[in-house]
Design a protein around this ligand. Structure first.
Ligand code: 13P
Ligand code: SF4
Length: 336
């Protein structure tokens, strides 16, 4: 390690959001990360949208529900969360006694940012007879104001578990909300948030790709806008898209979600072709700028120095735990 000034780097986490230290270029980061996992009894939980190298060193790769369920059960002393802030925060809410590390604290989420606490509190006050179902992609402050949390893989079941006459606010994703209104027939009040990755797929470019690959199936995440979902042959959470792409008989897929998932799709179905659905900009594929803030280098540094950590106010944690536990209980009752 060259020129380490760990104290200075630690003091700068507040400003930078990560440990900014030089790493010896000769260091085998894969081997070092394996060593640190064993020495510290640490587990790496990674979302499918992480870069391939991070997915390859992870102990568990999953969607938001799978990651929360894994975090609930782990007996590791340290949870290293290779994902975004709301995911690591959820792991901390479930594990107050464990260290939860996030390689870069700047790894936020446009959906979580779309719902600031005070605006959401005022919005909620307008509908006193509604219960609040919030997508897990929100801050702990919004979880505190919610009755049940959901993810894209259990949202339908969570809604169906409530009596038909129950009035519902769904936050913060308006696209997922609109999709769920269609699927469940429930008339929910929607918060006006969206994912910057899933709302910029280009209909024109996807249509052109479909013409060039007539046998390809379009598979899409429900955070996509309605016109993209209308084009899709299959809609589901990241885990569900991965399972479908493995079990389905087609050989080509146009994948309308963040490109990180293609790594697992290609690994699990090496003879199939996966084409990332292009966004409405100059890029050919669609990366989440927050997810991609985590790098193998930052992952190694956060494990070596056990920083940056997720630190939470205990009252907020306890209040945010309730709707998460409700989600996990309902999921269990449906065998999810
Ligand atoms: P899932 O992991 O639930 O599929 O959600 C995707 C996502 O956008 C996570 O940020
Ligand atoms: Fe948030 Fe969208 Fe990135 Fe997921 S892909 S973390 S929803 S901005």
């Amino acid at each position: 390690m060259a020129d380490i000034n760990i104290e200075e780097a630690r003091a700068n986490i507040g400003k930078k959001g990560f440990l900014d230290l030089d790493i010896d270029v000769n260091l085998d980061l894969f081997a070092e990360i394996e060593r640190l996992k064993k020495e510290k009894n640490a587990i790496i939980l990674a979302h499918y949208y992480q870069e391939p190298d991070i997915q390859d060193v992870a102990d568990f790769i999953g969607d938001s529900l799978g990651l929360a369920q894994k975090a609930e059960k782990t007996d590791a002393d340290i949870i290293v969360f290779a994902g975004v802030h709301f995911m690591a925060e959820t792991a901390k809410i479930l594990n107050p006694g464990k260290k939860v590390l996030l390689p870069d604290l700047n790894a936020g989420c446009s959906l979580a940012d779309s719902a600031p606490r005070e605006l959401f509190r005022k919005f909620k006050e307008k509908y006193p007879d509604h219960i609040v179902i919030s997508y897990i992609n929100c801050s702990a402050d919004i979880k505190v104001l919610s009755d049940i949390i959901c993810t894209s893989s259990n949202a339908e079941k969570i809604i169906e578990s409530l009596p038909k006459e129950q009035k519902i606010i769904f936050a913060p994703d308006k696209n997922l909300g609109a999709y769920l209104i269609k699927k469940t027939g429930r008339d929910m009040i929607l918060w006006n948030g969206a994912c910057i990755v899933h709302e910029i797929f280009s209909m024109e470019k996807i249509t052109k790709l479909k013409i060039r690959h007539p046998k390809a199936k379009v598979i899409a995440h429900p955070e996509c806008e309605e016109p993209v979902l209308r084009l899709a042959d299959y809609i589901g959470s990241t885990t569900s898209l991965l399972k479908f792409s493995k079990e389905d008989s087609a050989m080509e897929y146009i994948v309308a979600t963040e490109t990180g998932i293609l790594h697992q799709m290609q690994k699990q179905s090496p003879y199939k072709t996966f084409i990332p659905a292009p966004p409405d900009n100059m890029c050919a594929c669609n990366d989440c700028p927050y997810m991609k803030l985590n790098t193998l280098e930052k992952l190694y540094l956060c494990m070596e120095y056990e920083e940056p950590q997720i630190i939470m106010d205990e009252q907020v944690r306890l209040a945010a735990l309730k709707p998460i536990q409700r989600m996990l209980e309902i999921s269990r009752s449906y065998g999810l």
